[in-house]
Design a protein. Structure first.
Lengths: 346, 473
């Protein structure tokens, strides 16, 4: 009977807890609706304070919560650019936003730290930079990356080798945002990113991110280095197609050796990237090989080869049209469809 | 005769105990998921504003193709496509697959978007019915209409979309799915943060019945007046905010809904695209991906994130809802039995040891025992053949636990999404969460049993659902 009572008691307890939770949720929602309305009213006041003549920390903090002032300030800052942004950042400083964010980055939970690390990217002063540098050792990889991005956006990123080590890039962190990070750093110190490419000890994924970042800068002097990396890479190295795509982005004919080499590899992903690069750079010498690749069993390769031939000018286009007539059925289909897609004769 | 009665009573008691134990084990499974969902919530990244996300991702976000299958959608297709063309994402295209519609879906698209026949060299890496033509317009460069013969199901239409896509990622949706404008830029996060490993991501699906829709956007969130739609809101909250969030935290996501899911194209092609021989093609795609990656020993990630939200229309009558639930049950059984070798197979890690076991307990044997218990216990108790206070007490535990789970899910909703604008909405949902245990849950068990029966009869059709359409502003 004791057991039976316990079972009924358990049911009763769960029922009471459930009802309690439901009532609490509704009550909290009612309360939060009130808070939200009040917050909306206060938000308007804070916006006025922010946009007013001379906002000051004492005036703001006396009446409004730091979190609200910070949230409103950051929203305003994110809405504008240039001189207006600088003006807004200075206003936020007057309201003590940067100090509040630095405090949250030091003592907040992971979510608060991440938000703060991102927001502090707008404040360019030594105290903030110092705080962000400390955050490069944060326990959360997201916070570390956000801090690095903020520092880089402010042209204050530490030495790249140091960033790679502290963010554990290539080993624990392989976010695509690393490319953005390197791109920002490359604006000031392209040689450091370049060193990553040339340093044999650097992880391939980091190298590939560095190559992609630099490709966007249009620095042609990098072509020989990236070409050398591409030629030296193993056919099955997943970074090789990324090197070839970076060469395409740079679009310099000095990449010919790497592209020609890529077009002879036996890995289909490498062939696809090489075919695309050949077309982008305009390497007409590659046309015969591209025509051969139209026969390949891989659809993507046929597509990229055909697309490249179209880009290589009248002679290559002629080759493509010829393939449409006397190629294998597979090549004919590819050539015809690609010509038709690009508006050419069928 | 009289000597049979004690024996029969024992048999009935045994069946009842099995049924109740099954319910309690299911409750335990849900508790584990709830705990993990809570953990996921604690570890979730901050909800970033779209402008900031855009700034952060604009240079690195991979291109996405949205595959929108359409079968007899002439009434809503223009609004749906307009909404898709207005999403906030740096680089995407919309592939509308007209799956051999018998109505004027294609003509309506041609008129509205001035699409004309075009050529597009495409692959045929996955199986689907022949494509009759492709249509595009320079006025809407993001749009491509694929007109194909009807392939007998959504899987076929989605496969045609996969064949035509040239993006590394594709997003599948239903014809009646309304994506929130920022859904793509939010759902792509795992593909940016872990580009090497991520192969599939699912987002939240919510019920749009009762909400006001303007140009394919939810502009006013309200609750439906229809009880069935209301109760489905509770169910969806439980399925997504507790079930999938918890399973995602455990690394055990087995379903990325076909109504809103993002996949890596190469992996989807490697597993043969969506399967034709099941109505659970979305679940099977995910199971096949797990199998492939684990067979190869390759690190991978299939995940669910709560913030990207899409809205769908729920059935509002018993016939449609019953058909839908029976079909879901049938789909789950088809996938389970097709991949039964993964069950408790250490080679498949937590997928084999936990996720498949959960499917076995909750979806395979669960409905059988539940329905059996629901019929036998009251019947024999009424006949006086069952004097079992313990059974009643345990049944009460199982029922009340259902209420408890629903309320716990509402906590997650309040913390994570908060899409209901008013406290009154929350109160109604809370009330429905209690009410669903008296009648609706039992009805669901019956529908699931019907799904079992259809599975045994090897039924393959989807069944039609009458749609009321969204409420326009």
């Amino acid at each position: 009977m004791k057991v039976l009572n316990s079972i009924w008691f358990t049911s009763l307890f769960m029922a009471m807890v459930s009802v309690g939770i439901l009532l609490l949720l509704v009550f909290l929602r009612l309360f939060s609706t009130f808070i939200v309305r009040r917050r909306a009213r206060r938000r308007k006041d804070v916006v006025r304070l922010f946009l007013g003549d001379e906002p000051s920390a004492s005036a703001g903090q006396a009446r409004y919560s730091k979190d609200l002032i910070t949230a409103v300030s950051m929203e305003m800052i994110q809405m504008v650019r240039g001189e207006e942004k600088e003006r807004f950042v200075n206003r936020a400083r007057l309201l003590g936003v940067d100090k509040h964010l630095r405090g949250r980055l030091r003592l907040g939970g992971p979510r608060a730290r991440l938000e703060s690390a991102e927001a502090l990217g707008a404040f360019h002063d030594e105290t903030t930079f110092e705080r962000l540098r400390v955050a490069l050792d944060d326990s959360s990889p997201d916070v570390r990356l956000a801090a690095a991005l903020s520092l880089a956006a402010a042209h204050q990123a530490p030495d790249v080798a140091h960033v790679v080590e502290r963010l554990r890039l290539g080993t624990e962190e392989d976010s695509l945002l690393v490319v953005s990070l390197f791109r920002s750093i490359a604006e000031d110190r392209p040689e450091q990113i370049r060193n990553l490419i040339e340093d044999p000890a650097v992880e391939p994924l980091v190298k590939a991110a560095a190559v992609e970042a630099l490709a966007g800068t249009g620095d042609y002097t990098l072509v020989p280095s990236i070409s050398a990396l591409a030629v030296a890479a193993d056919s099955n190295d997943p970074t090789l197609p990324r090197y070839l795509r970076a060469l395409a982005a740079l679009g310099h004919p000095a990449a010919a050796e790497a592209v020609v080499d890529g077009l002879q590899r036996d890995n289909v992903n490498v062939l696809i990237a090489a075919a695309r690069t050949a077309g982008t750079i305009g390497l007409t010498d590659c046309a015969p090989r591209l025509a051969e690749l139209l026969e390949h069993e891989n659809w993507w390769l046929r597509f990229r080869a055909g697309e490249a031939l179209l880009r290589l000018g009248p002679v290559a286009r002629e080759t493509l049209m010829q393939k449409a007539v006397d190629g294998s059925p597979r090549a004919q289909e590819a050539a015809l469809a690609i010509l038709a897609e690009q508006g050419g004769p069928r | 005769m009289s000597q049979w009665i004690p024996m029969l009573t024992h048999v009935v008691e045994a069946i009842s105990i099995i049924a109740i134990v099954s319910m309690l084990v299911q409750s335990l499974i849900y508790t584990v998921q709830l705990l993990f969902a809570g953990l996921a919530l604690k570890n979730r990244p901050p909800t970033t504003r779209v402008a900031q996300l855009w700034q952060r991702y604009v240079d690195v976000a991979p291109p996405i193709s949205i595959i929108a299958p359409a079968y007899n959608e002439e009434a809503t297709i223009v609004e749906s496509v307009n909404a898709l063309l207005a999403l906030h994402y740096p680089e995407y295209e919309v592939l509308v697959v007209n799956d051999g519609s018998r109505d004027r879906t294609l003509e309506v698209l041609q008129q509205a978007f001035e699409v004309v026949p075009v050529e597009r060299y495409h692959d045929l890496p996955v199986e689907h019915a022949p494509i009759r033509g492709l249509y595009a317009s320079p006025k809407f460069p993001r749009l491509l209409v694929i007109d194909k013969e009807n392939g007998g199901g959504k899987a076929d239409a989605m496969n045609a979309g996969i064949s035509l896509t040239r993006s590394p990622l594709f997003c599948v949706i239903d014809a009646d799915t309304l994506l929130e404008p920022d859904a793509l830029i939010r759902v792509v996060r795992p593909f940016i943060e872990e580009p090497q490993e991520t192969v599939g991501v699912g987002g939240t699906i919510r019920i749009a019945n009762g909400c006001t829709v303007d140009h394919g956007r939810i502009v006013d969130v309200r609750l439906p007046r229809n009880f069935l739609a209301l109760v489905q809101i509770v169910e969806y909250l439980r399925a997504f905010l507790m079930g999938r969030l918890g399973l995602s935290q455990m690394g055990c996501v087995l379903i990325v809904s076909g109504a809103f899911g993002l996949f890596k194209r190469t992996t989807a092609v490697e597993v043969g695209g969506f399967s034709h021989n099941t109505v659970g093609e979305d679940m099977e795609m995910v199971v096949k991906m797990h199998r492939l990656m684990r067979d190869r020993g390759q690190p991978y990630r299939i995940t669910y994130i709560a913030e990207p939200v899409s809205w769908t229309e729920a059935p509002e009558n018993l016939r449609d809802l019953g058909n839908q639930r029976a079909r879901w049950q049938r789909g789950t059984l088809e996938v389970f039995f097709k991949h039964k070798d993964m069950l408790l197979n250490p080679k498949y890690g937590r997928i084999g040891m936990y996720a498949m076991t959960t499917v076995f307990i909750v979806d395979v044997v669960g409905p059988l025992f539940e329905t059996l218990g629901l019929i036998i216990i009251p019947l024999f108790w009424a006949l006086g053949m069952l004097s079992a206070p313990y059974l009643l007490a345990l049944t009460a535990v199982a029922f009340i636990f259902g209420v408890f789970l629903s309320t716990a899910t509402l906590i997650l909703e309040e913390i994570e999404l908060r899409r209901f604008p008013k406290a009154r909405h929350l109160a109604i949902i809370a009330f429905v969460a209690v009410l669903e245990n008296f009648g609706y849950r039992q009805l669901c068990s019956f529908w699931r049993l019907r799904g079992w029966w259809e599975f045994l009869r090897k039924k393959k059709s989807w069944g039609a659902m009458s749609r009321k359409g969204f409420q326009s502003s």
